[in-house]
Design a binder for this molecule. Structure first.
Ligand code: GDP
Ligand code: MN
Length: 326
């Protein structure tokens, strides 16, 4: 969990949820990261709420600040423009640092470095159902690398040049493009033209996995493909000049550098990150999983959800699946 001291209440809410629904049976360790030292109060209360060991890490200032090669004036102009267009967090530098950190640094923090798998938890989220099996084991045993719950459209203004930059990167490193990738999740009209240049066709439809929930293999972020991709994007400056989010960055990387079989939709997880929520639709989740949510809280079918596209890409039927389904 990346979190501020001021979010203690919301952090405790999330920890309580995850503990009651899952972790009290598994006792996995928690890691909290912050760009400022955690207060004694934060440490005491969160440790008290957690069933497993707790770790508290401070982020290096160089990983939470504007690099030298970035033009500060240009950041200001970009922010003013976004503020004038009412883009959420458009004028926030800390939000930009946060997105860049989640894109390129959390997985190499010395504490996180000792781990292979993580479940990202944000303050103020809710889990609606018992998590009866171990999702880390599920991922590992089924060859999954990246797991998500909700998918939606990004605000174009925050990532205006991300797709072009991504195409440029892939053009320069065609070896990183996976066979059986998820390009069709990102591009509606991708023409299966000549084999190998498919990636250059079409516009980005802005679909991405909502990264406030992620269960994933840290080694993917540590791989040459992703490291090179992040460094390339970081040099472009879009984390600051625009407001590139870690969600589209993670999504494009997972979708292009992994086969789609390595991406897992947790259809049996009920989850809420305001303002959206989704509740599993199947009977089993509600009966043995003790879900406490209304089935009509179903962002999956919302006009703003990209999940129907994912069902198409992954060749799945609509709806929540029990464990084992994509
Ligand atoms: P949103 O979900 O896009 O609206 O953004 P959030 O405010 O939830 O931020 C995403 C994550 O980064 C959450 O886990 C926050 O607690 C964390 N976060 C955001 N800004 C900061 C910050 O300035 N410092 C720290 N330590 N964490 C932050
Ligand atoms: Mn959030």
């Amino acid at each position: 969990m990346l979190v501020r001291n001021s979010e203690l209440r919301e952090a405790l809410d999330s920890i309580r949820n995850v503990e009651d629904r899952f972790n009290r049976r598994f006792r996995y360790p928690w890691t909290f990261l912050n760009d400022e030292p955690f207060t004694e109060e934060f440490v005491n209360y969160t440790t008290g709420m957690a069933s497993g060991k707790t770790n508290y890490g401070l982020i290096e200032p160089a990983q939470w600040s504007v690099p030298d090669y970035i033009d500060k004036k240009k950041i200001e102009e970009g922010m003013e423009n976004m503020v004038s267009k009412n883009v959420i967090y458009g004028g926030s530098l800390s939000y930009r640092n946060m997105c860049r950190y989640n894109s390129g640094f959390f997985y190499r923090h010395p504490i996180v470095n000792q781990y292979r798998w993580y479940w990202r938890v944000e303050p103020g989220v809710q889990f609606y159902c018992d998590q009866l099996y171990d999702p880390f084991s599920f991922m590992r045993e089924n060859g999954k690398v990246y797991g998500f719950v909700m998918a939606m459209y990004e605000y174009l203004l925050t990532i205006e040049t991300l797709w072009d930059s991504t195409k440029e990167f892939v053009r320069n490193h065609p070896q990183y493009l996976a066979a059986n990738n998820s390009l069709d999740f990102f591009v509606d009209n991708s023409e299966p033209s000549k084999e190998g240049d498919k990636e250059f066709d079409g516009d980005y439809n802005l679909c991405h996995f909502w990264s406030n929930f992620e269960i994933a293999d840290l080694d993917f972020w540590r791989s040459p493909a992703y490291s090179d991709y992040f460094d390339f994007l970081d040099r472009k400056g879009g984390f600051f000049y625009e407001r590139w989010g870690d969600a589209p960055v993670h999504s494009l990387a997972a979708g292009l550098f992994l086969p789609k079989s390595a991406i897992h939709h947790f259809g049996d997880i009920g989850y809420r990150h305001p303002p959206y929520a989704r509740c599993p639709q199947d009977e089993e989740s509600h009966q043995s999983g003790r879900c406490y949510c209304a089935r009509d809280a179903h962002f999956d079918d919302d006009g703003y959800s990209c999940l129907p596209r994912w069902w198409n890409v992954a060749g799945m039927n609509r709806g929540a699946g029990p464990k084992g389904q994509h």
